[in-house]
Design a binder for this molecule. Structure first.
Ligand code: BMA
Length: 822
C-alpha cells in the first residue's frame, strides 16, 4: 500500500472514537464462600478452588503434606457456595447487551444473579455465556453453588444397566486425574476455576478471529482472516488488518451474517519452526472493526506460519507415524505433560515460563498434553508458540470407556468445539488426539469380560461415535490440524505396536522387562515409556514436614501411588546398581537408575530413525510432591533424568552400543544441514591412561542416523569393568561404559572444588585425578545447576554454574557414584 495513504489512514485512525467498544470487567473481587450447611461466609479467591480457600482460612492443613490427603476427602463430598456483590456503573447498565462470561466452573454449578437462577453447568472444560441484561442492577449479588460430583455421577450410573470402566469419573467432564492416579492424589476440586467477566456492548462484538492458512510455501502465505461476531446492526463496516503494527489491508462488509472472511497474502513469509530446527517466528496480526470513524471492536493474535502433517502411510513394515513441519520430517523429542498442580490456580505465570524453558533447555521439541489432565491455559500455548515447542494435544479422556447418551455427547461437542476454536491459531498445536489408552484398555485390560454381546457392542459403538466421528469432525471442520483417534494405536499385547502408529511401551516398569528390552524393541513413534524415581530431598522433606528424608515414613508412603512402585524400583535397582542402605543414597541411585533406563530407550529410538520418528517419555512433571516417572519434581528440581535426557536429545547425538563384542558408534543428525568433523574414540582407564584411540573424519547427512564406526572389543583385550569409552565429535564428549554400573571398578579419589561468585550465582570448578561417575551437586540454597549427575573425566577441569538468589553458597555437598561401590 502506498505510504501516503497509510499515513492518512493512520491519522484518521488516531482521530477515531473508541467510546463504543465492548467493555469487559472481571468479577474477581470480594468473594466469600461457605459449606452450604454453614452460616458464616469466609473470604475466597476467584478464580480459585475450595481446598485452597479452606487452607487459606486455616480450616484445613496443607493438602500435600504428610497424610493430609487422606483426611481431606470430606471436602469433595460437601456442597459449597460462593458469592460476591458488585456494582455496575450507569455507563455499563445502559449498554444494549450485558453478558456474563463464565470461563470455567468446576463442575456442577447453579448460578444465581440477584436470586434468579441464570445458569446450571456440568462441564469444567467449557465456558458458558449468559445474557443478563434483564437481571443486572446498580448493586448485584452473584452466587454460585457447587454440588458434589458424586450426586450427578450416581444418577447417571443408575441410568445404565451396566458399569463402565473405570468408575464414576467417566460421567463428569472434569480433570480425570483428580479422582486419583498412579502419580496423583485424589483431590476432586470444586470452584470458580476461571475468571468470570461481565461484558457490555452496544452494536457489535467480535467473538472469534481465526487466521486460517490455506497455502504456505517459500514465496507466499495465503491467509484467510475469518471473523465471527455478534451484531444488531446492518451497516457497512470497515475491517482494518495490521501485520506487525503496519496497516496492510482494508476491507468492507455488511454487518449481518455473524461471520466474514477476507483473503490476504504475505509475500516471502517467515515460517515458524520447532526451536531445534529453526526460529519459531510469530507475526502479530490485528483486526480493527470500524463503523465510519468509530472503532467498534478490535482483536490481536500472534500467528506462526507453518504446515503440519501427521504422516501415517502404509509401508513395507506396517505404517509410519511421524510429523512433517514445513515439509520437513521432524523427529519428535520430548515428554508427556500433566497438570502442574492438583489445584490449578496455584500454577502461576512463572511456573509455565520455568517449566517450558526447561523443556527447551533439554532439547525437547514436543510435549504431549495428556488426556487425563486439563486443556491448558492460553499462556501455556502462547509460550509453546514463542519457544518453538510442538504440542500433541489429547482431548480430555483417559483410561476409561465413556457414556454415549445424547446429553453427554452434546456436552462434549460443545467442549470440543470451544477448545479447538480457542487453540486453532497456535502454531504449536501439532495434533488433536481423541483419548489416552481407552481403546487399548478395551482391547487388552479385561474390560470386555463378563459382558454380553449387546452390551459390548453398545459400549464400543459409543466409543466410535465419540472418537471416530464427533471429535474428528469437529477438528476437521474448525482447523487443519491432524486428528488421531487414540494413543497408543496398539497396546503392547499386539505385535503391531512395533510396526504401526504410536506406542506406549510399558514392558519397562509395569511388566518389569529389563531396560535392555528397549534396545531392540523400537516402535514407529514412542509416545509413552517411563520409569519412576524418588523426588529431590527438598520434596521429601516437604512431604515429611520436617528435616527428614525418610522414604519409609507413613507420610512418604502416601506419596507413592503405584501399588508396586517401591518394589519395582528396588527390583530394577538390584539388577544394575548397588542398592544403598541409607535413604540419601537410595534416592540418588533411584534417579540414576531412572536416567540410565530412559536414556537407553531415547538413544535406541533415535538411532533407529527414520524407522522410529518420535520419543516422548512418561512424564515431564508432577502435580504434587511424589515418587513418580517425572524428570522434574514438583519443587522444580531437575532429576538426573532431565539432565541426562538433555544430552540424549541433543540435535547431533553420538550414541554407542555394544553388540556381540562390537562397539558401534552412531551419529544422529536432526539438523537440516550436514554435520562434518572428526569422530574420535578413545578408551581410557579410570586414571586417564589411554588404552586405545581411533579417529575418523565423517560427514553426517541432514536428518539421518548412521552407523559410523565398529570396533572389535575382543581384539583389544580390555578389562571391561575398568575402562571408559570417550567419544568426541564437534567438541562434545559422550562417555560410555562396557559393564553395568554396579560392576564398575571405579577408583576412589577426592574431588577438588573452587567456588567463585558470579553476578547471578556461583561458578564451581571441579577436578579429580580419577574418573568420577555421576557427580551430584547438592545445595541447600534454592537454585539451578547448569549440569548435574555428570561424569568427570580424570585430570580435566569442569565448570558448573549454579544460578541462585543466595549471596553465599554455604553448603555444597558433592556425591559421587564412586563412593557407593565397595
Ligand atoms: C501411562 C499414562 C498414565 C499413567 C502412566 C503410568 O499409560 O497414560 O495413565 O499414569 O501410564 O502408569
Amino acid at each position: 500500500m502506498n505510504r501516503i495513504l497509510v499515513f492518512v489512514l493512520l491519522l484518521v485512525c488516531f482521530s477515531c472514537k473508541r467510546g463504543n467498544t465492548p467493555i469487559t470487567v472481571e468479577l474477581s473481587k470480594d468473594w466469600t464462600f461457605k459449606n452450604v450447611k454453614d452460616t458464616s461466609w469466609l473470604t475466597a479467591e476467584v478464580p480459585g478452588e475450595v481446598h485452597m480457600d479452606l487452607f487459606r482460612n486455616k480450616i484445613i492443613e496443607a493438602p500435600f503434606v504428610g497424610n493430609n490427603e487422606l483426611d481431606l476427602q470430606w471436602v469433595s463430598k460437601e456442597d459449597w457456595a460462593y458469592k460476591t456483590t458488585f456494582s455496575v456503573t450507569d455507563k455499563i447498565l445502559l449498554k444494549k447487551h450485558l453478558e456474563l462470561n463464565f470461563k470455567g466452573l468446576d463442575t456442577y454449578a447453579s448460578v444465581y444473579l440477584n436470586d434468579s437462577l441464570i445458569l446450571e453447568t456440568k462441564n469444567a472444560f467449557r465456558g458458558y455465556k449468559v445474557d443478563v441484561k434483564s437481571f443486572l442492577k446498580d448493586e448485584n449479588e452473584l452466587r454460585v453453588v457447587f454440588k458434589s460430583t458424586s450426586i450427578a455421577e450416581e444418577k447417571e450410573k443408575a441410568r445404565l444397566s451396566y458399569e463402565l470402566p473405570e468408575g464414576n469419573r467417566v460421567f463428569t467432564r472434569k480433570p480425570q486425574f483428580q479422582y486419583g492416579w498412579d502419580w496423583g492424589p485424589q483431590f476432586n476440586t470444586m470452584g470458580i476455576s476461571e475468571p468470570i467477566e461481565l461484558i457490555a456492548w452496544d452494536d457489535y462484538k467480535i467473538e472469534n478471529f481465526y487466521v486460517e492458512q490455506s497455502v504456505l510455501n517459500d514465496s507466499v502465505a495465503d491467509l484467510i482472516f475469518r471473523i465471527s461476531y455478534k451484531t444488531v446492526i446492518e451497516d457497512r463496516l470497515t475491517y482494518e488488518f495490521y501485520i506487525n503494527d503496519t496497516l496492510e489491508l482494508i476491507q468492507y462488509d455488511e454487518a449481518k451474517d455473524k461471520s466474514t472472511r477476507f483473503p490476504f497474502q504475505i509475500k516471502n513469509p517467515k515460517k515458524w519452526w520447532p526451536h531445534n530446527i529453526g526460529a519459531p517466528y510469530l507475526y502479530d496480526v490485528k483486526c480493527v472493526v470500524k463503523k465510519g470513524n468509530q472503532i467498534l471492536d478490535s482483536i490481536s493474535v500472534k500467528k506462526g506460519l507453518r504446515t503440519i502433517e501427521l504422516v501415517t502411510e502404509k509401508d513395507s513394515i506396517g505404517a509410519s507415524f511421524y510429523f512433517k513441519v514445513n515439509e520437513v520430517p521432524v523427529y519428535a523429542k520430548g515428554a508427556n505433560y500433566i497438570p502442574q498442580n492438583s489445584f490449578q490456580n496455584q500454577v502461576k505465570k512463572d511456573h509455565y515460563e520455568t517449566l517450558l524453558s526447561a523443556v527447551v533447555e533439554a532439547n525437547m521439541n514436543m510435549l504431549r498434553v495428556w488426556g487425563g489432565g486439563i486443556y491448558e491455559r492460553d499462556i501455556f500455548y502462547d509460550l509453546c508458540d514463542e519457544k518453538g515447542i510442538l504440542v500433541w494435544q489429547d482431548f480430555m479422556f483417559a483410561c476409561a470407556m465413556y457414556p454415549g447418551d445424547e446429553a453427554f455427547l452434546e456436552n462434549v461437542k460443545i467442549e470440543a468445539e470451544q477448545q479447538v476454536k480457542r487453540l486453532r491459531n497456535h502454531a504449536s498445536i501439532a495434533l488433536w488426539c481423541g483419548n489416552n489408552e481407552s481403546s487399548e484398555g478395551w482391547r487388552r485390560w479385561g474390560w470386555q469380560s463378563n459382558r454380553g454381546e449387546e452390551e459390548r457392542a453398545e459400549i464400543w459403538n459409543n466409543y466410535l461415535k465419540l472418537f471416530d466421528s464427533i471429535l474428528p469432525e469437529i477438528v476437521a471442520s474448525n482447523t487443519s490440524t491432524p486428528y488421531w483417534e487414540s494413543s497408543p494405536s496398539y497396546g503392547r499385547g499386539n505385535p503391531k505396536y512395533k510396526t504401526e502408529g504410536d506406542a506406549h511401551d510399558w514392558g519397562i516398569w509395569h511388566d518389569e522387562y529389563p531396560f535392555e528390552h528397549l534396545q531392540d524393541n523400537v516402535p514407529r513413534f514412542m509416545s509413552e515409556f517411563g520409569f519412576q524415581s524418588f523426588p529431590s530431598y527438598e520434596a521429601i522433606k516437604f512431604i515429611n514436614a520436617n528435616d527428614s528424608i525418610s522414604i519409609a515414613s507413613p507420610a512418604f508412603s502416601t506419596h507413592q501411588k503405584h501399588a508396586r512402585g517401591f518394589s519395582i524400583i528396588e527390583n530394577y535397582m538390584a539388577r544394575d546398581f548397588p542398592v544403598p542402605t541409607n535413604d540419601e543414597d537410595y534416592v540418588y541411585v533411584s534417579q540414576l537408575l531412572q536416567a540410565h533406563g530412559i536414556t537407553m530407550g531415547i538413544e535406541a529410538q533415535r538411532r533407529a530413525k527414520p524407522y522410529t520418528m518420535g520419543t516422548l517419555y512418561w512424564q515431564l512433571n508432577d502435580c504434587w510432591p511424589v515418587a513418580s516417572w517425572s524428570s522434574i519434581d514438583f519443587m522444580g528440581n531437575w532429576k538426573a533424568l532431565h539432565y541426562k535426557a538433555k544430552h540424549s536429545f541433543d540435535n547431533v547425538l553420538v550414541s554407542l552400543r555394544v553388540q556381540n563384542d562390537i562397539l558401534k558408534t552412531y551419529v544422529v543428525n536432526d539438523n537440516l544441514k550436514p554435520e562434518n568433523g572428526t569422530l574420535k574414540t578413545r578408551i581410557l582407564d579410570f586414571k586417564g591412561n589411554e588404552l586405545y584411540a581411533f579417529s575418523k573424519v565423517i560427514g553426517v547427512k541432514p536428518l539421518v542416523s548412521a552407523l559410523q564406526t565398529e570396533i572389535n572389543l575382543k581384539a583389544l583385550n580390555l578389562k571391561a569393568s575398568e575402562v571408559v569409552v570417550v567419544s568426541e565429535f564437534q567438541n562434545k564428549k559422550r562417555l560410555f561404559y562396557l559393564v553395568k554400573p554396579k560392576d564398575l571398578k571405579l577408583s576412589k579419589a577426592d574431588i577438588q572444588q573452587k567456588i567463585t561468585k558470579t553476578t547471578d550465582g556461583f561458578s564451581i570448578e571441579l577436578y579429580s585425578k580419577a574418573l568420577q561417575k555421576d557427580v551430584f551437586l547438592i545445595s541447600e540454597s534454592k537454585g539451578h545447576f547448569s549440569d548435574n549427575f555428570f561424569d568427570l573425566l580424570p585430570n580435566e577441569t569442569k565448570v558448573i554454574y549454579f544460578k541462585t538468589k543466595a549471596l553465599q553458597l554455604k553448603y555444597l555437598k558433592i556425591k559421587t557414584f564412586n563412593k557407593l561401590l565397595r
